[in-house]
Each structure stands twice: as structure tokens, then as C-alpha cells.
Write a protein that binds this ligand. Structure first.
Ligand SMILES: Cc1cc2nc3c(=O)[nH]c(=O)nc-3n(C[C@H](O)[C@H](O)[C@H](O)COP(=O)(O)OP(=O)(O)OC[C@H]3O[C@@H](n4cnc5c(N)ncnc54)[C@H](O)[C@@H]3O)c2cc1C
Ligand SMILES: NC(=O)c1ccc[n+]([C@@H]2O[C@H](COP(=O)([O-])OP(=O)(O)OC[C@H]3O[C@@H](n4cnc5c(N)ncnc54)[C@H](O)[C@@H]3O)[C@@H](O)[C@H]2O)c1
Length: 444
């Protein structure tokens, strides 16, 4: 592409929605600019997936050690401060590595906050104009904050991941991905945890019979769940905090995590003045990830989409735009099966047709009691089960698993779901023995 603009393609934001595609795009000779107001890499490496899973490792080990207490002597205890320091050491290098990946491929990184001036021009930090033939909005999500008195006394998930001292009592508002993952971590590390729900459904996008088992387990471990909490205000009380909720009820706590969701990060982008349509679910895109302004695209979490707002979806969108902009495709985007997992202990992971949809459509749902399968007894997993969905022709079309390694079991089965393998093809896939992959294929 040879244009009169500063760049052929300019990305706003440097998360997975950008870097997975922007680096290989630049390597094809397309001139690429990336504007980022924070850390290169965005949410996932710096304050999301990588940070969270590093902290979670000690939780997983601690849980496993407790189950093997007749085999191991001296149960390990999580040192929260050291765990956070370990996490920081793991993730500190990532922005520099990702910067090198982009720059080595030929992309130019511009630090600052972008705002549209017109359809081809973005102003950085209110002072520097940068022009491009195509512009990609990849600004992700930001934490939703409760609109109640004292909301400034609560914290977001990033602050939790950076806590150098674990509060004695932690109150979490919301029982979605973040609420449940962080309740699991804080509980295992020794905090007294209360989770407050708006209604009475935890992890509404996951298979409820599995979710209920995880919740029951957390309750037995001391986590308190308050349903229909109707949280009204946060207040200071000496050196502690008070949560006002319900019918004039109140709870005294040390730290509040507002985990009530994440909203599109678009408020100050100037979308109205250039005519890019959006609503509270995100930027509107067509099947080429094109917004309502022809040369402006959007990708990743910031888009209004049927896909879950997780890294695999941002990654695939980013790769698609790379292919589109480098002329390798002009076809509409066709998302593959995007798997999702909540990193509780045990995890709940799923891919393809959900159990609820399968039951509504009369598809074949089979269940495996994994807790009684020898491989899952090695570490004495008490909560382990999976459900498979087959269509009327016998193709595996969906899997949901609750277990300590559910994410790996689902990964092993993804090709069968994505490419609709029949029973004969599945029968030819035999994993290394013994392994999670073998166990997963064995029951598919
Ligand atoms: C606590 C937490 C845990 C998570 N765990 C997982 C997990 O385990 N697995 C998983 O798949 N997903 C997980 N996610 C979701 C995952 O992080 C996102 O799906 C992914 O990061 C989306 O990438 P993105 O590029 O669309 O957005 P982001 O990574 O959010 O990147 C957007 C970037 O745009 C920048 N930006 C915004 N506005 C501007 C502007 N005006 N100018 C310049 N720059 C701007 C931001 O600073 C940011 O760096 C988690 C999220 C959170 C919050
Ligand atoms: N493992 C993963 O893939 C992972 C992990 C963490 C975050 N994420 C991503 O981050 C995003 C945000 O996660 P999240 O957990 O904040 O959002 P979420 O949408 O999963 O959960 C938000 C929760 O807050 C509740 N809520 C909303 N308003 C409330 C109120 N007034 N009072 C009490 N509860 C209220 C909702 O009912 C819901 O349970 C998700 O889109 C998810 O895709 C993914």
C-alpha cells in the first residue's frame, strides 16, 4: 500500500486485538502504527490472564497438596506478598518483549492517548496529529464502577492483582469471572471473603450444575455468598469500610473489589463526531470487522459481538485483520469455536454447543463422572465431571468440563469440535498415555 498518510494501518490500543496481527502485518511491508496510552500488551499480559494465572499457580498447588496430605508432609502455605512479587517478576518483561516483537517487524509505537479528529486523523495527547488510510479501534474494556455513594472506596481487578498485603476481610461485589476467580485465590491465601451478588446466579454463562458444586465447595472453605444483596453504599468506618446493602443491613470489611463487569473503553475517543456507531455493548462492526465508517475497523473486547470477551477471540480477530489488510483474504470473518474457562479451583471450561442449548435442541448429552476415574484420583480430585454433546449425526459439537485441568482437556478436544469429527475419526485420535489428552479423547 502506498498512501499519502503517515501509516497504511494505525491501531489504537496495543492489546491482543492489536499485537497478534499488527506485527505480522508490518512484516509484510504494510506501514503500521500503534498508539498506546498504557503498557504495551494491554490487559491480558499486564493486568489480566498472565498476571492472574501466575498468582493462581500457588492456589492450585496448595489445593493439591491439601488433598495429598497423607502423602506429603508439612502443608505449604501461600505467602501472598511473595506470590505477588513472583507474579510481577513474570509479567514485568512482557511489555518490552511485545514492544520488540512489534518494532522488529517494522511497526512504529506511539505512546499517548488517541482521539479521532476525522476519519483518517487521530490526535495523540491533544497535540500531535497522525493520519492513516485505515484505523483500527482496539481499546478494549475498562472496569464498570457501581454508581453508588462511596464507590471511590472500592477497587478494580488490577488493584487486587497488585495488592502487596492480603486484606483480612475482602468483600467482592459480583460473581462473574473476576469475582469467582479472585474469591478462590483470596480464600486459599487465607483471607476471609464475602461475595455479594445482584441476583442469585453465579457465573451465568457456565453450566449451572457445575457452578453450584464449585460454590458449595467455596462455602465449605469459608467463603460467604450473599444473594440479592442490593448494594447501596460504601462508607469509611475508622480504618475499616462498611458496605450498606439489603434492608438496612451492613457489613464491615477491609477491602472492596468492584467486580461488576467491564464496559467498552470508548468514552473519550470522539466516535460521535466521526459517525462510528456503538452502544453499551461495544463498537458496531460488520462481518469484516468494519465499523459504520468504511476505513475504520474495530477488534477484540471493544466490539459488540456474540463472541466471549476473552483473549482467543481478540487474537483471532487480530489475525483476521492482518490477512484482510495484507490482501490474503477478502472473505468475512468466520470465528472458530472460541473456548472459555473460569480459573476457579476446580476450573470450569467449555467449548462449542452448551449443555443448556443441547438439551433444548434434543441433542445427545453424555456425562462422565471423572472424580471416579483413576487418572483424576491421582491427585484425589473430589470435583471432576465432564459432559459431551453429540449432534444427530454423531459429531462431537460441545464439551463442558469441571476439573483441575479442564482447560487442557477442552483444548485437546477443540479440533474435533471445530472440524466436526465423526465417531470414527475421534476413534483414531489416541493421546499419549497417561495424560489429560488421552483421558479427554478416550471419553469423546
Ligand atoms: C482480571 C482479568 C483476567 C482475565 N483473564 C483472562 C483469561 O484468563 N483468559 C482470557 O482469555 N481472557 C482473560 N481476560 C480477558 C482478556 O484480558 C481480554 O479479552 C483481552 O485482553 C482483550 O484484548 P484487547 O486487545 O481487545 O483489549 P486490551 O488488552 O484491553 O487492550 C486495549 C488497550 O487499549 C489501550 N487504550 C484504550 N484507550 C486508548 C486510547 N484512547 N489511546 C491509546 N490507547 C488506548 C489500553 O491502554 C489497552 O492497553 C481477563 C481480563 C481481566 C480484566
Ligand atoms: N478466565 C477468563 O477468561 C476471564 C477472567 C476474568 C475476566 N475475564 C473477562 O473480563 C470481563 C469482565 O469480568 P467480570 O467478572 O468483571 O464481568 P462478568 O460480566 O463476568 O461478571 C460481572 C458480575 O457482576 C454482577 N453485577 C453486575 N452489577 C452488579 C451489582 N450492582 N451488584 C452486584 N453484582 C453485580 C453480574 O451479575 C455478574 O455476575 C469478562 O467479559 C470476561 O470475559 C475473563
Amino acid at each position: 500500500m502506498a498512501t499519502n498518510f503517515d501509516f497504511d494501518v494505525l491501531y489504537i490500543g496495543a492489546g491482543h486485538g492489536t499485537f497478534d496481527g499488527a506485527a505480522p502485518l508490518a512484516a509484510t511491508g504494510v506501514s503500521v502504527g500503534v498508539i498506546e496510552s498504557g503498557l504495551i500488551g494491554g490487559t491480558c499480559p499486564n493486568r489480566g490472564c498472565n498476571a492472574k494465572i501466575t498468582l493462581d499457580e500457588a492456589v492450585k498447588v496448595s489445593r493439591e497438596a491439601a488433598r495429598l496430605d497423607t502423602v506429603l508432609t508439612d502443608h505449604p502455605k501461600i505467602n501472598w506478598t511473595a506470590n505477588v512479587a513472583h507474579k510481577q517478576e513474570i509479567i514485568d518483561v512482557l511489555p518490552a518483549n511485545l514492544t520488540a516483537k512489534l518494532e522488529d517487524a517494522g511497526a512504529t509505537i506511539i505512546k499517548g492517548r488517541a482521539k479521532f479528529k476525522d476519519a483518517h486523523t487521530v490526535t495523540v495527547d491533544g497535540s500531535r496529529d497522525i493520519t492513516a488510510d485505515k484505523i483500527v479501534i482496539a481499546t478494549g474494556l475498562k472496569p464498570h464502577r457501581l454508581a453508588i455513594p462511596g464507590t471511590e472506596l472500592a477497587h478494580d481487578s488490577e488493584a487486587f492483582l497488585n495488592l502487596t498485603q492480603l486484606p483480612k476481610h475482602l468483600t467482592i461485589i459480583g460473581a462473574g469471572y473476576i469475582g469467582m476467580e479472585f474469591a478462590t485465590m483470596a480464600n486459599e491465601a487465607g483471607a476471609d471473603v464475602t461475595v455479594m451478588l445482584r441476583g442469585d446466579v453465579v457465573l451465568r454463562h457456565f453450566h449451572q450444575p457445575f457452578v453450584k458444586q464449585v460454590v458449595t465447595d467455596l462455602k465449605q472453605r469459608g467463603v460467604t455468598f450473599i444473594t440479592n444483596a442490593n448494594v447501596q453504599a460504601f462508607e469509611r468506618a475508622n480504618d475499616r469500610l462498611v458496605v450498606k446493602y439489603g434492608q438496612q443491613q451492613q457489613l464491615t470489611t477491609d477491602w472492596i473489589l468492584d467486580a461488576t463487569g467491564r464496559i467498552p473503553n470508548i468514552a473519550d475517543l470522539g466516535l460521535d463526531q466521526i459517525g462510528v456507531a456503538y452502544d453499551e455493548a461495544g463498537v458496531h462492526v460488520n462481518d469484516h470487522l468494519q465499523t459504520t465508517v468504511a476505513n475504520i475497523y474495530a477488534v477484540g473486547d471493544v466490539t459488540k459481538s456474540d463472541q466471549p470477551k476473552v483473549t482467543p477471540a481478540a487474537y483471532f480477530g487480530s489475525k483476521y485483520l492482518m490477512q484482510l489488510f495484507s490482501g490474503q483474504t477478502d472473505a468475512p470473518i468466520k470465528f472458530p469455536v472460541i473456548p472459555t474457562v473460569v480459573f476457579t479451583s476446580p476450573r470450569i471450561a467449555q467449548a462449542g454447543v452448551s449443555i443448556e442449548t443441547a438439551e433444548a435442541q434434543g441433542l445427545d448429552v453424555s456425562e462422565n463422572d471423572l472424580a471416579n476415574y483413576w487418572y483424576y484420583q491421582i491427585d484425589r480430585e473430589p470435583l471432576a465431571a465432564s459432559k459431551q454433546v453429540h449432534d444427530k449425526q454423531g459429531h462431537l459439537v460441545g464439551v463442558t468440563e469441571m476439573s483441575d485441568q479442564a482447560e487442557d482437556a477442552i483444548n485437546a478436544l477443540l479440533p474435533a469440535i471445530e472440524f466436526k469429527f465423526d465417531r470414527e475419526q475421534v476413534g483414531r485420535l489416541i493421546g499419549l498415555f497417561p495424560s489429560i489428552g488421552y483421558a479427554a479423547w478416550h471419553r469423546a
